[in-house]
Design a protein around this ligand. Structure first.
Ligand code: F6P
Length: 334
């Protein structure tokens, strides 16, 4: 045992167990990160750990932007989207020499447990870091894309879906007033989850996602008949990852269906906003389970959530395969 700045650090030679734990956010921020930071500080203190914030993702690890956190740092943040400690997509962390600097910075503070809120790319980077330097970590899936293999849920998805729902509901009002077709583009990178669920829950007429091949011709007769039968407007929810531009889909509505059209790219509003109850609760549970797992001596894992509840998977399991969308959900639009 040794004393440093009045704090007690426990050393277990060979297995180096410190009482210091850090958290960072990496990649696209999500609503739910702030509730996760709050629970991280409070649960760590409850478990007699000293919590640290790493600011601006892996960049902060490299730049030694790591600070001890207290209750005061997380007061009032549960209601806010984004992340109080910042996030980044770090190119430097991909390089060995910068990972060594990161390790040295953590060593200075005797931190050897890390929670990483991010996507599979961040976890893969962390895995290399663990293999090189033995920093134990637990990944918490956090991306509105919901595209991480092995988990049915990623933090931030529910808030994003609610933002999309509110937007589509509002667009429907104007679409119906003007007899227009609206092509509403959602985020998600190569994954169509946000578009698919938004389509099903907002009653849109069309859903185009990267996971399903489509031919616009297949919609022509059906849509024209619907107009003859009195339909005044169309809502098409399209994922950003499909091969065609949203403007081309809108043009198709004008040329082939004969309806004036507009495009609405929802963009980054999907990443922000007041975290929903579900995301606050999931943040709470993800973080608590992750800390418990690290305290049990786990070395590197990702906490996942599926129909069996919370469970831990290896990095290779979550990063080696592309996420496949739920077949039942997909069947509803086929
Ligand atoms: O991965 C989250 C995400 O919001 C994607 O849905 C989107 O394609 C991307 O990030 C946008 O990235 P940026 O914020 O760098 O523009």
């Amino acid at each position: 045992m040794s004393l440093d700045n009045g704090k007690l650090y426990e050393f277990n030679i060979g297995n180096f167990m410190s009482k210091n734990i850090a958290i960072l956010c990496s990649g696209g921020d999500v609503s739910g990160m702030n509730p996760a930071l709050k629970q991280f500080v409070e649960y760590s203190l409850q478990k007699n750990l000293t919590p640290y914030f790493v600011y601006d993702g892996f960049e902060g690890l490299i730049d030694n932007n790591i600070k001890e956190a207290s209750y005061c740092d997380v007061a009032g943040i549960i209601t806010r989207g984004g992340t109080k400690i910042g996030s980044a997509r770090s190119k430097r962390f991909m390089k060995k020499e910068f990972r060594l600097v990161a390790k040295e910075n953590l060593d200075k503070l005797n931190i050897n447990m890390l929670l990483v809120l991010g996507g599979d790319g961040s976890f893969a980077g962390m895995d290399i870091f663990y293999k090189e330097h033995g920093i134990r970590f637990c990944g918490i899936p956090s991306t509105i894309d919901n595209d991480i293999n092995g988990t049915d849920y990623c933090l931030g998805v529910d808030t994003a879906l609610n933002i999309i729902k509110t937007s589509i509901d509002a667009i429907r009002d104007t679409a119906s007033s003007f007899k227009r077709a609206f092509v509403i583009e959602t985020m998600g990178r190569d994954c169509g989850y946000l578009a698919l669920v938004s389509h099903l829950t907002s009653g849109s007429e069309m859903c185009l996602i990267p996971e399903i091949d489509f031919d616009l011709k297949d919609y022509e007769d059906k849509f024209k008949t619907q107009i003859q039968n009195g339909r005044r407007y169309f809502i098409a929810v399209v994922a950003e990852g499909i091969k065609q531009d949203s403007s081309e889909i809108a043009q198709w509505f004008e040329d082939k269906i004969g309806m004036e059209s507009r495009v609405s790219v929802l963009g980054h509003i999907q990443r922000g906003g007041n975290p929903t109850i579900y995301d606050r609760l999931m943040a709470y549970k993800f973080v608590s389970h992750a800390i418990d797992k690290l305290l049990k001596g786990s070395k590197e894992s990702v906490i996942c959530y599926d129909r069996f509840g919370f469970n831990f998977k290896s990095i290779s399991e979550v990063t080696s395969t592309t996420k496949v969308l739920d077949e039942k959900l997909l069947s509803y639009i086929q």
